[in-house]
Design a protein around this ligand. Structure first.
Ligand code: AP5
Length: 215
């Protein structure tokens, strides 16, 4: 399979992380999730993590200047030979424009932007029942009535926790921020002719089949 540069966009809880991991494994691409990078820094109490936490915990975006630098460093360290999947970046127009400039400098192009479309009521349901693995970061859907069973990750048996931004008030704010800050990039990529909308209701495998039809 040819190397590709792919971006996954969509509202919080749309399934970007779930699909990105499947796509990474299928296509052997580098995978960068800015949310995971921030959480890694947060868990390791780095200066970057401490700075990011004040925004993430309430559902706000981390400022562009911080996020763009972090992404550029990560892309530089992974290299571009393999192709990449970006999950959660860009999330604002300035981020999208800086990615364009960065890629132009490297003489590489974006191949595909996958937009995961899910109605808000389903997003709220998914986020409020999501538990994340401390070991492999995989999202797990749990019925809260069963959480007393000390559940473990379905992928690696690791310990699960509920993200600080998966509380009702943070979820509400994340959805607002998505509408205000991130939705404009849909049009940005549509104009470039590389946006593909994936109706992302339905089982994970069904959504992944739609993804594979596009890429
Ligand atoms: P980030 O970690 O990127 O969070 P997000 O975009 O809000 O997305 P989520 O991880 O919540 O959802 P997802 O779409 O990946 O869905 P998932 O696959 O997990 O960012 C967190 C924070 O970091 C931001 O709020 C911001 O503060 C900061 N940040 C990150 N990037 C930034 C940037 N570029 N600029 C500025 N700040 C940034 O699935 C969700 C749940 O649904 C799971 O439980 C899953 O099992 C389940 N699920 C998945 N697919 C299906 C399906 N088809 N059917 C049923 N359930 C499903």
């Amino acid at each position: 399979m040819n190397k590709s540069n792919i971006i996954l966009v969509g509202p919080p809880g749309a399934g970007k992380g779930t699909q990105a991991i499947l796509l990474r494994d299928k296509m052997d691409l580098n995978y960068i999730s800015t949310g995971d990078l921030f959480r890694f820094n947060l868990n390791n109490s780095t200066a970057l993590g401490k700075k990011a936490q004040q925004y993430m915990s309430t559902g706000e975006l981390v400022p562009d200047s911080i996020t763009i630098n972090m992404l550029a460093e990560e892309l530089n360290s992974l290299g571009i030979d393999k192709g990449f999947i970006l999950d959660g970046f860009p999330r604002t127009l300035p981020q999208a424009e800086s990615l364009d400039a960065f890629m132009e400098d490297l003489s590489i192009e974006l191949d595909t932007v996958l937009f995961f479309d899910v109605p808000n009521d389903e997003l709220v349901l998914r986020l409020s029942s999501r538990y994340t693995c401390r070991e492999c970061q995989a999202p797990n859907m749990l019925n809260s009535s069963k959480t007393s069973e000390v559940p473990t990750c379905s992928q690696c048996n690791g310990e699960l926790y509920q993200r600080e931004d998966d509380t009702p008030s943070a979820i509400e704010r994340r959805l607002e921020v998505y509408d205000q800050e991130t939705k404009p990039i849909i049009n940005f990529y549509e104009t470039k002719g590389i946006l593909h909308t994936i109706d992302s209701l339905g089982k994970v495998e069904e959504v992944f089949s739609k993804v594979m039809e596009v890429v």
